[in-house]
Design a protein around this ligand. Structure first.
Ligand code: NAD
Length: 392
């Protein structure tokens, strides 16, 4: 891209990193101390935006990596945002509801000076949900007055946006429609495999099924299922609702979680954790298209192999940007004190995703680059330009 070494250094260096102590009293009276992080990567295009993760592996490095991914993602879909990320190193399944609330409020006490509707707007990520976002909004509002726009992913009853829950999957479907059209495959009858069955994966399975695709494999952390003839998706949802996992569903052959990554299919959607497709897995992948629902599911080595093998990879910063896009719509609604109906959310989302795909596709065709590199060219170009225009 020829941006020069100095701009390169500027773009990879986070603007601000915060590491805080989060101490709470447990229900049994004991004191427990956790560490919280917030990395704010870049704000040249607007206030910074990024999720809040509650997971034992959260640390400064992970927050840095994911914060920069948010800078590029918001730039690819042209939202007026920069990137941030953070969380608390904790296994929330070990805490009670009340302890989780105290933990969230204490974290806000520690970071409230650096977040805000015009500074940094957190949202949900792994193991955080609309309830956690509601506590965050409430605690921040104690310092600053009523501030729904400080956080997104809130419950619909408390300033959340309609359509947020399925937004990432809906964005993935919008991109899939375009890419399948470009490679000449009809969505009707396309064989789909989904790794991960949480917010992203389950809605992908449902929406693609409703659009005529055939779900031939699915897995979650407990195990996987295969059925070449297609899984009965409504019955699968009923099973998950009752048992909390896809495991044990009778309508398919049981397999290991990872087997889904190498299932015989047309489109593979990794929608669980990062780094699951390395060069060893990539060698075995049988899909023609890998649509990245998760953040960073493919390692750089896997990416290279896919390039050599002619497997089309639609990168996370384009493919899964539907979530942050509807988060942006939530922020806009909060700032204007209005509420959009679901139809409007879906239409605006389709428009944003189609525009981003078109731009990335143009770069890919004209410069003969893979989609990931093309998305980075678009994003880094936009962020670099804003940085220079504002002045260092
Ligand atoms: P989630 O917690 O709702 O679901 C995660 C799913 O992955 C669960 O089904 C879980 O069983 C499964 N899983 C966890 N560990 C696994 C493992 N080791 N192997 C196989 N499966 C495993 O999370 P989510 O919100 O659906 O997010 C999934 C991914 O998508 C994450 O990488 C997240 O950063 C990314 N993402 C989410 C959104 C969003 O709007 N939720 C937006 C963009 C990107």
């Amino acid at each position: 891209m020829d941006v020069g070494e100095r701009i390169e250094r500027l773009l990879i260096t986070p603007l601000r990193e915060l590491k805080v102590q989060v101490s709470i009293e447990l229900d049994n009276g004991e004191i427990r101390t956790f560490t919280g992080y917030r990395c704010q990567h870049d704000n040249s295009r607007g206030p910074m935006k990024g999720g809040l993760r509650y997971h034992p592996q959260v640390d400064a490095e992970e927050s840095q990596g994911l914060a920069s991914l948010m800078t590029w993602k918001t730039a690819v879909v042209n939202l007026p945002y920069g990137g941030a990320k953070g969380g608390i190193a904790v296994d929330p399944s070990t805490l009670s509801h009340k302890e989780l609330e105290r933990l969230t409020r204490k974290f806000v006490d520690q970071i409230h000076e650096v977040i805000g509707p015009t500074r940094d707007i957190p949202g949900p990520d792994m193991n955080t949900n609309p309830q956690v976002m509601a506590w965050l909004m409430d605690q921040y509002s104690k310092y600053n007055g009523h501030s729904p726009a400080v956080v997104t992913g809130k419950p619909v009853e408390l300033y959340g946006s309609r359509g947020r829950e399925s937004a990432t999957a809906r964005g993935l479907l919008a991109i899939a429609r375009q890419i399948l059209r470009d490679v000449g495959l009809p969505l009707q009858g396309t064989r789909l495999a989904v790794h991960g069955f949480g917010n992203v994966g389950s809605h992908v399975a449902r929406l693609f099924h409703e659009a005529g695709a055939v779900l031939v494999g699915v897995s979650d952390v407990h195990g996987g299922l295969l059925n070449e003839a297609g899984l009965d998706v409504p019955a699968l949802f009923e099973h998950v609702r009752r048992h909390g996992s896809v495991k044990g569903f009778g309508g398919g052959r049981a397999c290991a979680t990872e087997d889904i990554l190498v299932a015989d299919c047309d489109v593979l959607v990794p929608a669980a954790i990062g780094g699951v497709i390395d060069q060893h897995v990539a060698k075995e992948v049988r899909a023609r298209i890998v649509l990245e629902g998760a953040n960073a599911p493919c390692t750089p080595e896997a990416d290279e192999l896919f390039e050599q093998r002619g497997v089309l990879v639609v990168p996370d910063i384009l493919a899964n940007a539907g979530g942050v896009t509807v988060s942006y719509f939530e922020w806009v609604q909060n700032l204007q004190h209005v509420s959009w109906d679901e139809e409007r959310v879906h239409q605006e989302l389709e428009r944003v995703m189609a525009e981003a795909y078109e731009k990335v596709g143009q770069i890919s065709r004209s410069r003969k680059l893979p989609l990931r590199t093309s998305a980075y060219v678009l994003a880094i170009g936009r962020v670099g330009k804003a940085t220079v225009l504002r002045g260092i």
